[in-house]
Write a new protein. Sequence first.
Lengths: 59, 324
Amino acid sequence: MTENKDDTTQTAPVTLTPEQQARLRRRNIAVALSLIAMVGLFFAMTLVRLGGNVADRTY
Amino acid sequence: MSDITYTQSGGSNGASVSASRKTPGYMEADIADYFALLKPRVMSLVVFTGLVGMMIAPGDIHPLTAFTALLCIAVGAGASGALNMWWDADIDAVMERTVNRPIPKGVVSAQSAAAFGATLSAASVFVMAALVGYVPAALLAFTILFYVVVYTMWLKRSTSQNIVIGGLAGALPPAIGWASVTGGLALEPLVLVAIIFMWTPPHFWALALVRNDDYTRAGVPMMPVVAGPDATRTQILFYSLLLVPLGAAPLVLGFGGMIYAVASLGLGAGFLALAVNVWRHRIGDVAQPSAMRLFGFSIFYLFALFASLLIERIVGIAPYAGWM
């Protein structure tokens, strides 16, 4: 194998400090909670929109 | 040090080395930094004016639908702010007022801000369309596009009329709020849009007079940079003379009551007095404080005008309160 000297083809691991890990974790939790909240909002709004319309529907 | 590593690879041959390197600055970003991208102070005024547009509209809206509409307005406005910070990072980096924003500070990358803003923009419009209505969603999409593309990308760097025309984006939330209830538009929300539109030039130019060095250094063609402070003071007075009578239009049209009359006429007189003050004091130690006073008062003026409409609805003394 030939040694590759092109920086753009190298893989450089990035080591995070404990503080950076904590921030990354907080950001990930925030994204997860936002997605859960959006699902909850769609569920609640579906109930609001259906409301009595399901009971009142004609067959 | 952590044992967690993130690998960044490029190229096509998959070659890798195991040398570790310094973490990029954007790994430092906390939730607060992303929240700062949303320009929360601007967002709060936008949500408030949207709420008033919703409250003065005739008809009923379920509280959860109203909450969803306001959430979409807030997220859409915040997303516009993030996209604005992405595009204007070079300007923000040389201006004293904005140098501590997340991108120039190096804690959020420009690409992350762009992705964040684009995702939230799309999500806000989609949720508004799916859960509230197509008309408010279309207005929200127009507002975001107008602010990001027309104002930020085009007008801001090319004309001294940037904030005059671009002000339309910040003026539209009352129309979005109204459309969330009624599914359409009417004269009343358009009057509120016109009030904010006319309020924007004296508000921003008062700040631009104080921050003239900042804008000059950044090469932003704000009115004081292009036409000079004296011409700007005249323009501030001109727009204030248009704004104050327009502020009284809800009285004439019948959707502003007694509280609104006091707020619009009393505070309108104060606004005019401060604008005259800015126009008169062009040099010396009082020139900049005069402009800063007008800037501060303009925020209070707009807030009080819309708050009075809101209070009249809440206590049931609004001319249109019977609609609610």
